[in-house]
Design a protein around this ligand. Structure first.
Ligand SMILES: Cc1cc2nc3c(=O)[nH]c(=O)nc-3n(C[C@H](O)[C@H](O)[C@H](O)COP(=O)(O)O)c2cc1C
Length: 496
């Protein structure tokens, strides 16, 4: 398993990861879409190891002909690369034992760390049941409340990347539009059919009694734990949602109220729309919370239409500030998770991390920063419940490869590396970039960026980049802009 994938998502630029993929139907030998999904979701080794030796030998590419993008995805080339370049570098066989993934939420065992987060993806019996069947360890159900919910249309907007996939996602969705009684019935049925799956009941009340009663009802109807939604940016009237999470006194008061109503664990879900999460987290702990969940969505405006001047999603000529989620928010989420993980008052408390997680590698980052469980919405909205296969397979493979017996052993293992400020860092040495001239295609992007955004340290001679060590400050901008991964950090730092 390499730090950088040998096949990038951009190499699969046109792949739609289709439902009932015609490429797979056309191939008698390989489940091609499974291979492509492994590659897409950071599981190259597993994709390579699952292939037979020469699966494409007697075939002239029916998969590519059947592709909905009509031959634009070079499936055969990807499979060849997996067999010839990736497989020889794989260090272990695919492990069959998944017990390394077992962990717990506040002492209650879960089969793996992955839960659906509270949102539309966990809003009906049928949806949760399908997710459980697919392999999710549990679900945080769509926030239950006793308010009248009428959603707007449309309610989503997105920023997409070069390959068309969603990078950042905005929603103006509110809470569950089922009655409390309907949701309680769903809990009862889910718990009866899936006793080992973890049901985290997300609630939002308006008064102390309401928080207390909702918590009590959820426990009575089968929830394993309660998540207090102090953070929905789309519910701001009368001190609801995001506003609660910004006021530690309210967080403490309503946590205490919910704890009065229940004996099962209570987790406070906090807002990232603050400078620091510690005041609200500490208030939740003082109120009796057993853990913290973060992050909810980030307040945002996007997609201002150049003709109507209305931002997106536009509802009859108007829009509103809404919650931003998906891959783009991951660094912000990780920053808050690390802040919680480093807070000594959080010792022994569960952290359920979320915000932009798509792959097992994303999840691993959250675990290393202190998350004991992982929740996901936007990636499920984009790719479906099926991503659980690659989340589990990839994390399990990584743990086996690293010789780590349990995912629990690495919770918070990366926290010591994070400093709140940059002034503790060494400033007396430089790590130069190294150019791999074989991989370099001579585009000169590194030269442009170094000239105009760096220190004019790369010369371009016959379309070959040459480093001027006397000018290079080792900022690594060249590495980040290189489109073909031809620039690496040198092995050793040089003292200035
Ligand atoms: C469409 C949508 C609806 C959501 N509804 C809720 C909700 O009802 N309650 C809640 O606590 N969070 C809600 N969230 C926030 C998610 O649970 C999650 O905290 C956030 O989206 C970050 O994770 P992600 O990047 O994996 O989506 C919603 C998010 C989205 C995109």
């Amino acid at each position: 398993m390499l730090l950088k994938n040998m096949i990038k998502r951009s190499d699969m630029i046109s792949c739609c990861l289709c439902k009932d993929a015609p490429c797979s139907d056309a191939c008698p030998f390989i489940n091609t879409v499974k291979v492509l999904r492994h590659v897409w979701f950071d599981n190259e080794d597993i994709a390579a190891l699952e292939l037979d030796d020469n699966p494409c030998i007697n075939c002239d590419g029916q998969c590519e002909d059947a592709c909905v993008k009509k031959g634009k995805v070079h499936i055969k080339g990807i499979i060849e690369k997996l067999i010839n370049e990736v497989r020889p570098k794989a260090e272990i066989d695919i492990p069959v034992d998944y017990s390394r993934l077992k962990c717990d939420i506040c002492g209650i065992e879960i089969e793996n760390p992955f839960l659906l987060s509270s949102s539309v993806v966990a809003s009906t019996y049928d949806m949760c049941a399908r997710a459980f069947e697919a392999g999710w360890a549990g679900a945080c159900f769509k926030t239950i409340c006793s308010f009248d919910i009428h959603e707007a249309s449309p309610r989503f907007s997105a920023i997409t990347g070069d390959n068309g996939s969603i990078v950042g996602f905005k929603n103006i969705e509110q809470l569950s539009d089922h009655s409390v009684a309907e949701n309680m019935e769903i809990f009862r049925r889910l718990k009866e059919k899936y006793p080992s799956k973890f049901i985290l009941a997300s609630i939002m009340g308006q008064y102390e009694e309401e928080w207390e009663n909702l918590a009590r009802l959820c426990e009575e109807n089968g929830a394993d734990a309660i998540e207090l939604n102090f953070s929905c940016p789309n519910m701001q009237e009368d001190g609801l949602g995001s506003d609660i999470g910004q006021i530690p006194e309210l967080v403490e008061k309503y946590t205490r109220a919910a704890k009065r109503g229940t004996k099962i664990p209570v987790i406070a879900k906090l807002t990232p729309n603050v400078a620091s999460m510690s005041p609200a987290a500490e208030a939740a702990i003082s109120g009796g919370a057993d853990g913290i969940a973060a992050i909810n969505t980030i307040k945002s405006v996007m997609g201002v239409n150049p003709f109507s001047y209305v931002s997106a999603p536009a509802v009859k000529g108007k829009s509103a500030i809404g919650g931003y989620s998906g891959l783009a928010v991951k660094p912000i989420a990780l920053r808050f998770i690390s802040e919680l993980g480093q807070n000594t008052k959080m010792k022994g408390k569960h952290i359920s991390g979320m915000g932009g997680i798509e792959t097992w590698r994303d999840s691993l980052e959250f675990i290393l920063m202190g998350s004991g469980s992982i929740q996901i919405t936007t990636a499920v909205m984009q790719y479906g419940y099926r991503i659980i296969d690659d989340l589990k397979d990839g994390l399990n493979y990584y743990l086996a490869q690293m010789g780590i017996g349990s995912v629990k052993d690495i919770i918070g293992a990366g926290l010591d590396s994070v400093s709140e400020t940059t002034d503790v860092l060494d400033r007396d040495s430089v790590l130069f970039p190294k150019f791999d001239i074989v991989r370099c295609i001579g585009c000169g992007r590194c030269v442009i960026s170094c000239d105009d955004g760096g220190h004019q340290a790369i010369r371009f001679e016959n379309r070959i980049p040459k480093l001027d060590g006397s000018r290079c400050v080792g900022c690594h901008l060249c590495m980040l802009v290189c489109p073909c991964d031809a620039i690496y950090p040198a092995e050793k730092r040089i003292q200035r």
